[in-house]
Structure formats: C-alpha cells, structure tokens
Write a protein of this length. Structure first.
Lengths: 228, 658, 253
C-alpha cells in the first residue's frame, strides 16, 4: 500500500489527517464561540446556548462516531509522525554536523514533532478537563461536580484554575506554531501548491492558525470574565 | 624534414561521390551488425561528455554491450557541462538564409581552411538531427512566445542559428545525453564505471597480425587499484588538452593523458598547435589562481568591446584612478567595430582574441595588470532595457559578479583571452577511427572538424554529432568483421604487459620523493606554454619553449614529490601522471607550432602577419593536417601530412572586414 | 574588481581516512589569503603547505570551478556551499570571510552520501535515482522535427528552471531529514512540464520516488532548507509538482 510504503504516501497520510484535524479544530472553535456569546449576552432565564450544543453533541451515535473518527485521525497522525521521524533521523546518518542549522529555516518547521508532543500533552489535559467530565461521564454514568451536558459551567470552572490557564496558554502557542507550518505543508504534500500559491498558502496558514487560536483564547477570556 | 611523409589519401577513408552525397552514400553502403550479434560485441567508451556519453547511450540503444568510463563521480559532471552559449544547427528556422551548405562553409572558413571538407559537411548535415534528438529528450531549449525554438547569433556567422538553453546549453545537452545513458544503464546495455581514469590502451594482434585495440587499463581513483577491461573496440572521448597551460577554462580534471597513451600506441596526434584562445574570459587576478572562467560568447551579441583611445586614460584605469564609465564616448576605441565593420563584435574567437592582445600589448589594457579590455552593456541596456538584458544574460552577469564583486549592469565587464579549447587532437579518418585499428576518437579529443579555429557553438555540435550520429554507424562498419571474435579475457599477456608498464611508471613517480609539488610544476609548465606557445608565437620563442619543456621534464623526474601511496586514493598522484603527459603535449604543440611557418586560426606566428596585423596563411606550403607519429621515448616524433583538398569550397583569405 | 586585502584564517577541517574509519577535526592556519581568492584557491594553498610538510593533502571534490558541474560539496560554517546564497562552493570567495576567523569545513552528512575520504562523499545514489526514470524513452534517430512540438515559452522557461539542477546534493546535505525530494522533483518537473516528457510522467514519478525511498533518503517535511541552499535556486514548487504527479499516478493505478 503506497500510503505506507512510499515516502510521499506516508506524507499524504500526515497531510490528510492533519488537514482533517485542522477542520475539526475550526469547527470546535466555532462551537466554543457560543460560550463567548453566552457570556456576552446572558439569557434572561439563565440557560446557556452552549449547553444546548453540548447536549446535541452528547452521547448520540453521530457524536460518538465523530469522536472515534477523531481518535483514529489523532492516532494515525501521531504514529506516522513518530515513524517518519525515526526514518528521517536514520536518513540523516549517525554523524552530525559540528556546526549546523545556519539556514533561516522556519522554527516551527524544524520542531513539528516537539510541538506535536506538547499538543498531545495538552490534549490529555483537555480531555481530562472536559471530555472525561462530559462525554465519558455520561457514558460511564459517573456523577460529577456538574452535569455532563453543563458545558458552560465546566468551562467556567476549569478556567477559574490558574494552573489550567497556564497549561492552555502553552497549548495554544504550540497549536499556533504547529498550524503555521502544518496547514501550508499539508497542501504542499498533497501537491496543491505552486510558485504563486506557496506564499498564499503560507499567509492562509498564519491567518487561519491565528483565527483558531484567538477563537479559543476568547473562550478563556470569556470564562475569566464570567468567573469574576 | 629530410623526406616528405604524405599520408595516402585513401587512409582518410572519405567516401566517393559529391560532397553532399558522401555521408548518404556511406550509410547506404556501410556494413551492419545484426541485433543478435550486437549483444555479443563489447565496446569501451572512455569519457562521458557529449561525445562519449552520447556514443555510449546510442550504442547501448543499438544493442551493443557498452562499458563507459569517467573520471568524475558521475557521468553528469563531464566538462561539456560548462559550455554556456549554444549549439549550432542549419535549421534555418529564422528564415535568414541558413542552410547546410552555409553552416559547412562558415565552419570551414572559421577554421581557416584547415579542416577536412567531408567531415565538416557531414557535421553540418547531422546538425539538424541533433536538435531534433535533443528536443525529443526533453532538453528545455529557449522558445519564442509562439512555441517555436529561439535562436541567437554567434561569432563567425551572419545568420542566427544557435540554439540555447539560457546560459547553460552545455549542461542541458549533457544532461540530455546523460538521461539517455541512464536509460541504457537501467536496461543493462551500458555499465558505468565512474571515478576511473584510463592509464593505457591494450592492443592485441589478430590472426593476420594486425594490432587492434581490445581493452584498457584504468586506475580506480578511489581505491588506487589498477583494473583491466576488454572489448572489441575502444572509443576515446576524453576531451581536450587545454590544461597544458595550467590556467584555462577547462575543468581541473580535464587532461590529455588518454590522448598521449594512445599516441604512444600508434595513434597519430594531429595539429597539436591549434589551441583556441577564447576572447571573453574573466581576467587573471593573481599567482594562486587555479582556473579561468569563461563569459559566454553570446555576450558579444549585445556587448561592445572597447579600450580607451588615449593612452593616458588607460594608464589612469590601470592605476585605479578612474572607472570605465567615466571615459566619454568619443574617447573610447571600439576596436573590433573599427577593424572589422562587417562582423564587428562578432568576429571569430581567434580574431577577437588577437585584437585584444594587440591593444593590451600597446598599453591600452584597462585593469591593474594591463591585461583586460571592456565588454560594455551600456548601449544594450539603453536600447533594450535592463530587464531584457537580464532575461538574456542574467545568469552570466550574476556569475561575473560572484567572481569579481563588480556589477556588470553598472560598470563594464573586464575580459581577457584565455585558453579554452583545443582544435588539435588525435588524428582520425572519416569514420573517426585513429591510425590504430579498432581505436576510435570522438569529440574534442579528435582533430577532425574545426580546422585551425573553432567557431562558437560548434563544439557541442561536434561532440553530439560524433556521439549520436557518426560513431553508431561507423563502429558497425568496423565491428561487422568482428562478429566471430569472442570476448577477450583480461588475463591475456597483453593486459599483463600493459599493466606492468603503468605500474612501473607509477612506481617511478612515487620513487622520486623530491621537493616540488605537482601543482608548482604544472604552473611552471603553464608559464612556459603561455609565454612561448601562447597567442603570439615566434620561431625563437618556440625553440626556447622546447628547451624549457625538456628541462621541466628533467625537473619533474628529479624534484616531484607525491605524498601517500600508489595503491590508494591519491589525488596528487593522479595529477602527477597527468602533468607528465601535459609536458609531452606541450612539446608536441611547440614542435607543431614551430614547423608550421604560417599563421592560421588559433596558431599565430608573429613572423607571418600582414601589415595590418592580420594572420597570413600559406596555403601553398601548409594546406595539410600535421600528424605526429610517436617514434619512441626520447626520440623526435615524425611528421606526416594529410593533404587537404578543397573541392567544393574556394579557398580564400578569411575576411571579416566587409 | 573589489579592493584586495589579505586575511589570516583558521580552519577546522574534517579528516577521515575511509568510509568505515573514524573521522576527526584537525585545525590548520592559512596566512596571507587574498580576498580575491576563491575558497578552493585557499584550500589549494593549504594543501600546498601540507604537501611541503610531507603531510597528505585534504581530499575534496571539485572540478569545473565555475559553478556548473556540481562536483564541489563542502559544508562550511554550518551551510552547504558556505555563507552566500545561490552559489556552489567553488563560487565562494574569501572576501566573504573576516581576518582571524575560524572556518569549519565538513563533508555532506547524510546516510545517502557516505564519506569516501576527508571531505569527499559518494553521491552515486543520485545517479541510481536518475537511472530509475529520469529520461524520456526515445531512441536516437526517432525524433521528429524539433519545431513540430510547440511548447509555450512559459512552460519551457519553467522546465529550464527545474532542469538547472546540478546534482550537487546540497539539498540533501541541508535537510534535517536527509531527503532528496528537491533533487528528484527537479527532474520529474522538467519532464512533467514538457509534452515530450508527459507521455511517461506517471511511470517516471513512481519509479524515481521508489528508488529514492529504497536508497534510504528521508521523508520531506517541507522545511525549505533545501531551496535556501540550492546553488541553482530550484524551488520547492517542484516538490509540490512531484507530489501531485506521484499522487495522481498512484490514484490511477
């Protein structure tokens, strides 16, 4: 199978899974903006639109399927990343340069794996903060501090913890760097690039990554406002 | 010369018939080898440039088993790659009156009527096939907006017939040949041996007692081991010997050793004194300089060559007090346009080089050494705009700036003539076979097509013509008689003997253990050659040169120091072996130049010039190819003459004035 | 010409007897180096010094010394071909250095390019990749008239830009992944852009990539280090084209 046996095939897997995850992040961010709306324009009856979204994406079959799909994407993206890295280190040879790295290579491009690992750690924290208390709690029937569908309260609660905010700031930074290289890189790997499009894609990468991270950051800010 | 040695005309093997029909007749009547037999026949090709690479690939395509050797780490690096400007062909795509005959005529005339008519006509004939072949290979020649091929002009022609790929035509053509070669390597028809240098050719007598080339001894440049390879015939395509001058536009590894080896085995060396001095090279900057860089002749399409009119301006330039652009228009001497109104800056290379030397000798040189003239693009930039000039010559300008740190868009380029190409080489007949049976020679290594001077964009043409379209036919004509001959073992005594000879020579070099580096001796050779066998030659100078060369050889055997071991990678040893052969080539050049009491093309004897300083040929006494036959170590070589008969062309004085 | 001045330089040069042997840095000093010299002329000077001291000279690959043959391959102060853009090592001049500077000279380092001796590496893997498909399958003599194929100037120029690759290996040397994608893509692009090459474009892309992988070159992660170091400014848009050609070919299988 060329997706495993050829270098370009392996890169295609990275690219497709990565691009899909970017789309998911975009969707996730848009969904979270509902929380910001709730904070900015509180409903008179005290209900939250965000909770309705959480309910909609609770333990329904499509949400579960989506979650499983996301899991698969992450696993593939991750496994291929390590696989490619091992191969690349081998290809580079055992003897390293004494003086190296004097080209102005984009910092993120050189550190995608490190950034990826940071993102993965952040993901675990994120899952522990939310997914475990929400979707998992609902499935397992665990009783938590708040109801599994009470997304609004969970967010407000989690971001009232200073440590969590610190974790998320680092996480967002890593995501931002990862995406500034990842988005155009995935298009390059799929061959959807050219002399003219290269700069455009790079520009799109920065804009897109920034929008995603700003969107998520807005949630944190909103949670802080809400908590005050 | 006590007696005149004239080569019998039939030795040249020129086919019967009218000039225009000769090649067609040859092909119609030559012997062929059937496909089943081709598989049983081995061919050795030494060299992987345009001639060698193209020949190896094409012979592989035909089904022969080819062994191809190169001294570089890859066949893609042969020095053909450095040709910049273009390749000529008589396509007449520009509708400017070009034809096979005109290309033939220009080449003969450009060669100062010292080339063999039939060979040159064939060259002009196949020139068109070369372009077709290269385009089919995917060579990205420059094109017009309509999608057709573009052309530009080169020296010595009044038509625009030069095809080009930016300033990298040689590279693209070589990569084309290399791609064909790769295809045959993949198919198993060609085996490539890189980083190998030929040390000797092996001759084996056939049942009739005729010696035939049947193999070679090579030195593996990585392991230092000597290796033996056998074949049914051997092609030498190892390029020219310009590095005898130490400083030349040739690559560092270019050498004349293969030519000298086969010369020692009976192949005659023809016209060694014809060396081309290219007019547009970047001037020498100091003693430690290792190589000269050519600026493409195509620059003369739009660049104008000049020196100051006033000697005091030149002196100020030399002292660095003023810059070229500060000299007003009326004080500039566009000496080529002045002397040669019809061709102007596009006169042939020998003429342009001598004119530059003449001005500099008179003190008009424009840099600190006084050995440079201006090549100015001011007019072209004004006329066409900077963008158009950059589009045409951008990469050349960039290359110039990298080397000199001067911006040619702002200050005029400085150029000076330098050794570039050697028209002389191993004597071959019409079939490109040397005076040794089964030993062929192609490309710059042979003497055949350029006479006393080569026109720009003709070297690529000749290399590819020999490789793609001549050897694949003529080799078959030779091998058709050999189909019964089984493959040769490399354990034959002839191989032992050849290897022993090489080993002995290497051991002798290693044993000297003197105090001089190879490069220091090579530089000394270069100085002798440039001073005494350079652009302007005299009887006294050449005689002096010969003495100095003999002394240098003695110095070599007393003083050379080669570190390391013989049976290991040893760059100094490689260079020492080559240097020894360069000294011999130098002697051949001087000897040939001394005997040729006339001025023609790249050979200028100061005794033989007109009052205006133009070359004066002596057709009555020297209309022949001077072929030198090796007579043994320490003995003077013997001169044989191949008389040149011009049937189609009226021999005239070369005139680029009107 | 620029103003000539003279420098003293200290060199840290990688010395290694053979592919299997352990290498090490040795330091050398070269004095009175003219700024007009090329880097190789400085190396020549050093080698002359070494030979005169009866030491073995430093072995390095070089040939045309005018930036076109692609033989030279030195990694100088952390960059392939040294501290200038769009040049080969032989086009590097000493005016780029300062007096009393230390210059570290290393061979290309990549599993695909084993060291032969000192600074000389074996790049025959590049030839093998070309042999796998870097050609149009046309026999000599079978070509039609050159102008029978019309090719737009834009395509021809772009093919020329791709074809200008000199096969020096700086792209691999610069790549943290030891990837040969820029090299392979340049050849695939040249042919993919021309009608003569389109005929077997799919086969070529697959064959050349397969050979590249087989020879152990790494996976491209689009760091662009290759195009920053390419002496002929071959661009990564070629890699995008190779990816496109390869994916198309595989999807059509």
């Amino acid at each position: 199978m060329w997706l495993a046996s050829s270098s370009i095939g392996r890169k295609v897997v990275m690219s497709v899974t990565g691009a899909s995850l970017v789309l998911f992040l975009t969707f996730h961010m848009l969904m979270n903006l509902v929380y910001v709306y709730d904070v900015a324009f509180p409903a008179a009856d005290g209900t939250h639109y965000y909770d309705k979204v959480c309910e909609f994406l609770g333990t329904n079959w499509y949400a579960l399927l989506g979650t499983a799909g996301l899991g698969v994407l992450v696993v593939f993206h991750l496994c291929y990343a390590f696989w490619l890295t091992v191969q690349n280190r081998k290809a580079r040879g055992n003897q390293r340069y004494a003086v190296s790295g004097k080209q102005p290579v984009h910092w993120a491009a050189k550190n995608m794996l490190v950034l990826g690992i940071i993102i993965l750690c952040g993901l675990f924290a994120h899952l522990a903060h939310f997914w475990a208390n929400m979707m998992y709690a609902e499935l397992a029937g665990v009783e938590g501090q708040y109801a599994p569908t009470a997304g609004f309260d969970w967010i407000t609660f989690q971001f009232s913890q200073p440590l969590n905010i610190a974790i998320y700031v680092v996480w967002f930074a890593a995501i931002w760097y990862h995406l500034t290289h990842g988005i155009w890189s995935s298009m390059q790997t799929l061959g959807l690039n050219g002399k003219q499009w290269l700069d455009r894609w790079i520009c799109i990468s920065y804009v897109w990554a920034t929008i995603i991270v700003l969107g998520f950051a807005a949630v944190v800010v909103a949670a802080l406002v809400q908590g005050m | 010369m006590a007696t005149e040695n004239i080569l019998a005309p039939e030795l040249s093997r020129i086919p019967e018939g009218k000039l225009a029909d000769k090649w067609t007749n040859y092909k119609a009547h030559q012997k062929l080898v059937n496909p089943a037999n081709k598989r049983k026949l081995d061919i050795i090709v030494v060299g992987s440039g345009l001639a060698g690479g193209a020949a190896a690939a094409t012979l592989g395509e035909l089904g022969f088993k080819v062994k191809c050797f190169c001294i570089q780490d890859s066949p893609r690096r042969a020095h053909s790659i450095a040709a910049q400007g273009g390749i000529n062909a008589a396509k007449n795509y520009q509708n400017d009156g070009d034809s096979v005959y005109r290309l033939f005529y220009d080449t003969i005339k450009g060669g100062d009527y010292r080339a063999r008519e039939a060979n040159v006509y064939r060259l002009a004939e196949v020139s068109n096939n070369i372009i077709d072949q290269c385009v089919a290979q995917g060579v990205p020649f420059a094109r017009e907006y309509g999608g057709t091929l573009a052309n530009r002009s080169f020296g010595g022609a009044q038509v625009s017939r030069t095809f080009y790929a930016k300033g990298q035509t040689g590279q693209q053509l070589l990569l084309g040949a290399y791609s064909s070669l790769n295809r045959q390597i993949q198919k198993g028809n060609v085996t490539m041996y890189a980083r190998r240098e030929m040390q000797d050719v092996v001759l084996i007598k056939d049942e009739k007692g005729v010696e035939r080339a049947r193999g070679i001894i090579v030195r593996n440049l990585v392991t230092g081991e000597l290796e033996r390879y056998s074949a049914h015939c051997v092609i030498i395509a190892t390029g020219g010997y310009g590095n005898a001058y130490f400083l030349s536009t040739n690559a560092m590894s270019c050498n004349g050793s293969a030519a000298i080896q086969i010369y020692h085995k009976g192949a005659m060396f023809a016209n060694p004194c014809y060396a081309q001095i290219h007019p547009t090279c970047i001037p020498v900057h100091g003693d430690i300089q290792s190589k000269l860089t050519l600026m493409s002749e195509s620059l003369r399409n739009d660049g104008r060559i000049w020196v100051p009119k006033k000697l005091e301006d030149a002196k100020r330039l030399q002292r660095g007090e003023i810059k070229g652009h500060q000299i007003p228009e009326e004080d500039r001497d566009y000496y080529l346009e002045r002397r040669y109104p019809a061709f102007g800056n596009l006169v042939p290379r020998d003429v342009a080089s001598r004119a530059a030397k003449e001005r500099c000798d008179k003190g008009y040189g424009v840099n600190s050494t006084g050995l440079a003239v201006f090549l100015d693009f001011d007019d072209a930039i004004k006329r066409l705009g900077k963008a158009a000039v950059a589009d045409k010559y951008g990469n050349l300008f960039q290359m110039y700036q990298k080397i000199t740190d001067d911006n040619p868009y702002e200050t005029p380029m400085m150029i000076y003539p330098a050794i570039h190409y050697t028209m002389g080489g191993i004597w071959v007949d019409y079939e490109l076979q040397t005076s040794v049976k089964g030993l062929f020679c192609a490309g710059e290594a042979n003497f055949s097509d350029h006479g006393a001077n080569r026109l720009g964009a003709s070297a690529l043409m000749q290399g590819l013509a020999d490789g793609y379209f001549v050897l694949p036919y003529t080799i078959q004509n030779y091998l058709a008689d050999q189909i019964q001959v089984p493959r040769f073992s490399t354990d034959l005594p002839e191989f032992d003997e050849a290897q022993k000879g090489v080993e002995a020579k290497i051991a002798k070099i290693m044993a000297v253990q003197g105090s001089r580096t190879v490069d220091s001796l090579h530089k000394e050779l270069g100085h002798i050659m440039w001073e005494h066998v350079g652009m302007g030659r005299t009887k006294a100078g050449l005689e002096e040169g010969l003495k100095l060369l003999a002394a240098l050889r003695e110095t070599f055997w007393k003083e050379v120091y080669v570190p390391g071991q013989a049976n290991s990678l040893n760059v100094e040893l490689d260079k020492a072996i080559r240097l020894l052969d360069f000294i011999e080539i130098g002697e051949l050049m001087a000897r040939d130049a001394l005997h040729r009491e006339e001025s023609c093309g790249g050979h200028f004897r100061e005794e033989h010039q007109t009052e205006e300083g133009e070359a004066k040929r002596d057709d009555e006494h020297f209309m022949y190819v001077g072929c030198w036959k090796y007579m043994g170590e320490g003995k003077e070589p013997e001169l044989w003459k191949e008389m040149l008969n011009y049937q189609e062309i009226k021999v005239q004085t070369r005139n680029y004035k009107n | 010409m620029g103003k000539e001045s003279f420098l003293n330089v200290n060199l840290k040069v990688w010395r290694q007897r053979g592919p299997k042997e352990k290498g090490e840095f040795k330091t050398y000093r070269v004095e009175h180096v003219s700024t007009e010299m090329s880097f190789f002329e400085m190396m020549d000077t050093l080698n002359e010094q070494l030979i005169n001291k009866h030491e073995e000279p430093i072995v390095f690959d070089h040939d045309c010394r005018e930036g076109i043959c692609g033989t030279c391959s030195l990694y100088i102060n952390g960059r392939p071909h040294g501290i200038d853009n769009a040049i080969t090592t032989c086009q590097l001049h000493m005016r780029k250095f300062t007096n009393e500077c230390t210059i570290t000279v290393e061979p290309w380092r990549s599993a695909g390019f084993p060291v032969i001796r000192d600074l000389m590496v074996d790049r025959s893997a590049f030839d093998k990749i070309q042999q796998a498909g870097g050609y149009t399958s046309i026999n000599c003599g079978a070509a039609q008239d050159a102008n029978a194929i019309l090719i737009s100037k834009v395509d021809a120029d772009e093919a020329m830009d791709s074809a200008s690759c000199i096969g020096c290996g700086a792209c691999v040397a610069a790549c943290k992944n030891g990837s040969a994608m820029l090299f392979v893509s340049a050849k695939v692009s040249q042919f993919a852009l021309l009608p003569q090459g389109r005929v077997e474009a799919a086969r070529r892309a697959k064959a050349m990539v397969a050979k590249m992988d087989e020879l152990g070159f790494g996976n491209c992660t689009n760091t662009r280090a290759c195009e920053m170091e390419c002496p002929k400014s071959v661009k990564i848009s070629n890699i995008a084209r190779l990816n496109r050609e390869f994916i198309k070919a595989k999807l059509a299988d």
